[in-house]
Design a protein around this ligand. Structure first.
Ligand SMILES: [Zn+2]
Ligand SMILES: [Zn+2]
Length: 167
């Protein structure tokens, strides 16, 4: 999504606000992260020229559906955040808070994409106590029980298994 900044760049107006719905193209990164469905991202923001600087402020919000990290069921989560960047016409040394404008249009999709992907939760659970799937027969242990002889230990907790057995 491109925001036309020609008015604010030419000094005709001091601030340009926008209110947009940004939709990302279907991307492998999201499916690999367990996002199965995505609502578009609701974005509000403005570009303001203050003290000779051009500043971009945005807030975004969306409801996305993830796979539970244990039982794979759908889990809806709100994704939200804000972003503040300085816009420059010429690049300076690497600075995360700076966006270089290559034209009079600002591409907020790319900025938001980087931001959202960076802040995606590593693992989403339907419930802290989710029992997950049986590693042997695959049934959902939250709704059914099986007769498998499992001594299943969450791999992340495996280190704690012998916690009390050690001297
Ligand atoms: Zn679950
Ligand atoms: Zn089983």
């Amino acid at each position: 999504m491109l925001i036309d900044l020609s008015q604010v760049l030419s000094g005709r107006i001091e601030r340009q606000s926008f209110d947009a719905i940004v939709e990302f193209e279907n991307d492998k990164v999201l499916t690999e992260n367990g996002v199965v469905k995505r609502a578009p991202l609701d974005v509000k923001g403005e570009v303001a020229s203050t003290d000779g600087k051009l500043l971009l402020n945005m807030v975004y919000k969306a409801e996305w559906v993830f796979n539970c990290g244990r039982c794979l069921c759908d889990v809806q989560r709100e994704i939200s955040g804000s972003l503040c960047k300085e816009l420059l016409r010429t690049p300076i040394e690497d600075d995360d808070n700076v966006v270089v404008l290559s034209s009079k249009e600002l591409d907020i999709s790319k900025l938001l994409w980087d931001e959202v992907i960076l802040n995606l939760p590593l693992q989403v659970l339907c419930n802290e106590d989710c029992k997950g799937l049986c590693p042997n027969c695959g049934i959902n242990l939250n709704v059914e029980t099986c007769n498998c002889d499992n001594d299943y230990i969450d791999p992340r907790l495996e280190g704690l298994k012998n916690f009390f057995n050690e001297d």
